[in-house]
Design a protein around this ligand. Structure first.
Ligand code: UD1
Ligand code: CA
Length: 456
């Protein structure tokens, strides 16, 4: 197939009233990414040459997100919300530039699959003027019904305008329509608003095209791809569908999960082969996990890179900028932020390591804390290779510990420690022989005397 140019128009002017939120609907997240981000990903994967996003009045936050995510997208404002055809026409300037294909899709349907968009475009390349993506709904209520005459799609009838017989149709409009670019603008401007909602329906384009003798076809997609988000319940359903898909892909790619339904991924989580993930693990955005890593139960991981063979958790917290080296170990109640743990280094118990660099094979004892913040600025801690930091040490940054150095347990380190040195920075122990016994005997004698005095 020769490469055809394609304009994707994403409709996102809806108010999202039912979300009951100060945040515009399309910015609510599924898998850590705004709904419209998922749609833009699919649009990219389909190979759109141009992207136009239709936004409502005062949708600054949506504009900001789209500009950063897809800098080449054009933004079009639909001031009044007069229907989906009216919304598409808000992007008239983009349409007028002329592309081989035009694909219209909704910003609040995050499960859309690039393969389906491609299938619809293939129908156009194969001679259709319009290709509507349909799906078989278990409950078609609220969706536009696809009216077929043999294999020809003759109309889409919206629920409110449908006859009783049409309402029984279970083949529904997913909300994704591909068009031959040529002649589309003329067709769109013919759409009226003589219907139950007094809206300009994009779906009316089908009957108009059919009557004009154009070829309109339907391509079928899986029902979950049509899942739209109008309220928080549907948002949670979309999240569920997304997580299910992510878990299945991970397992197909060689990840073992003991309890897949308790593991939560982000849209960009990357996991290698022969990785085992125990129950109740959460991945926020920006995580990369290499091969042969073991992530033990109840760990919370975001913005982190984990190298081959590392062991994380149980109960570990990796925050943005955590860079865990090969075969390194991060154990229970250890928090790592903006810090590198070298190859084979270990921080196994109860630590905070922030703004730090820990060398290969270094052992961080239980309870070690990097004091990285003075209330105004953050400072770095650098620990060399093969060092041993004793339990309950405070490393007051900025500070450097040399290669092979030992820090005695309970130290508060405020100055650099040379390589191979032992640093002890705590009160010196003093023993007073017999002191405890004498103290105990005196107390016991006092108690006995009091008791005797109380007796009549
Ligand atoms: C629409 C379709 C229906 C399909 C269903 C799939 C029409 C007329 N109907 O119905 O056939 O089965 O989606 O979910 O298209 N929007 C604007 N500006 C407007 C109106 C809508 O930007 O003036 C945007 C909305 O933000 C939303 C999308 O277009 O993202 C769909 O609009 P909505 O009113 O939700 O259409 P439905 O009634 O769900
Ligand atoms: Ca809708």
């Amino acid at each position: 197939m020769p490469k055809r140019s394609c304009l994707a128009i994403v409709l996102a002017a809806g108010e999202g009233t039912r979300m009951k939120s100060a945040l515009p609907k399309v910015l609510h997240k599924v898998g850590g990414l705004p709904l419209i981000g998922h749609v833009l990903n699919a649009v990219d994967a389909m190979g759109a040459t141009r992207v136009a996003v239709v936004v409502g009045a005062s949708a600054d936050a949506v504009e900001t997100f789209v500009r950063s995510r897809t800098p080449h997208a054009t933004l079009h404002e639909q001031r009044e919300r007069l229907g989906t055809a009216h919304a598409v026409l808000a992007a008239k300037a983009a349409l007028a530039e002329g592309t081989d294909d035009v694909v219209v899709l909704y910003g609040d349907a995050p499960m859309v699959n690039a393969a389906t968009l491609t299938k619809a475009r293939e129908a156009i390349a194969g001679g259709a003027d319009i290709a509507v993506v349909g799906f078989r709904a278990t409950d078609p209520t609220g969706y536009g019904r696809l009216v077929l005459d043999g294999r020809q799609l003759t109309a889409i009838v919206e629920e409110k305008d449908a006859s009783a017989a049409q309402r029984r149709i279970d083949f529904c409009n997913a909300g994704i329509i591909a068009f031959r670019g040529e002649g589309l603008l003329a067709l769109l401007t013919k759409i009226g608003n003589d219907n139950a909602k007094r809206e300009y329906y994009l779906t009316d384009v089908v009957a108009l095209a059919h009557k004009a003798g154009r070829k309109v076809s339907a391509v079928e997609a899986a029902a979950h791809e049509a899942a739209g988000v109008n309220d928080r319940l549907q948002l949670s359903h979309a999240e569920g569908l997304f997580q299910k898909a992510m878990r299945e892909t991970a397992m197909e790619e060689g990840v073992t999960m003991v309890a897949p339904s308790t593991v939560w991924f982000s849209y960009d989580t990357k996991i290698g082969r022969d990785v085992t993930i125990e129950p109740n693990v959460f991945f926020g955005p920006g995580v990369t996990v290499a091969d042969n890593v073991l992530i033990r139960a109840n760990s919370h991981i975001e913005g982190a890179a984990i190298a081959k063979g590392a062991v994380i958790g149980p109960f570990a917290r990796l925050r943005p900028g955590a860079d865990i080296g090969r075969e390194a170990h991060v154990g229970n109640f250890v928090e790592i932020k903006n810090a590198t743990l070298g190859e084979g280094a270990k921080a196994n118990h109860l630590s905070y390591i922030g703004d730090a660099e820990i060398g290969a094979k270094t052992n961080i004892g239980a309870g070690t804390i990097t004091a990285n913040y003075d209330g105004f600025d953050k400072y770095r801690t650098v620990v060399g290779e093969g060092a041993s930091i004793g339990s309950n040490t405070v490393l007051v940054a900025p500070v450097k510990i040399g290669d092979g150095a030992n820090v005695a347990a309970g130290s508060v380190i405020t100055r650099d420690v040379p390589a191979d040195a032992l640093a002890v920075a705590r009160g010196r122990q003093e023993d007073k022989p017999g002191w405890a016994r004498k103290f105990r005997e005196r107390k016991q004698a006092e108690k006995a005397a009091k008791k005797a005095a109380r007796k009549p």
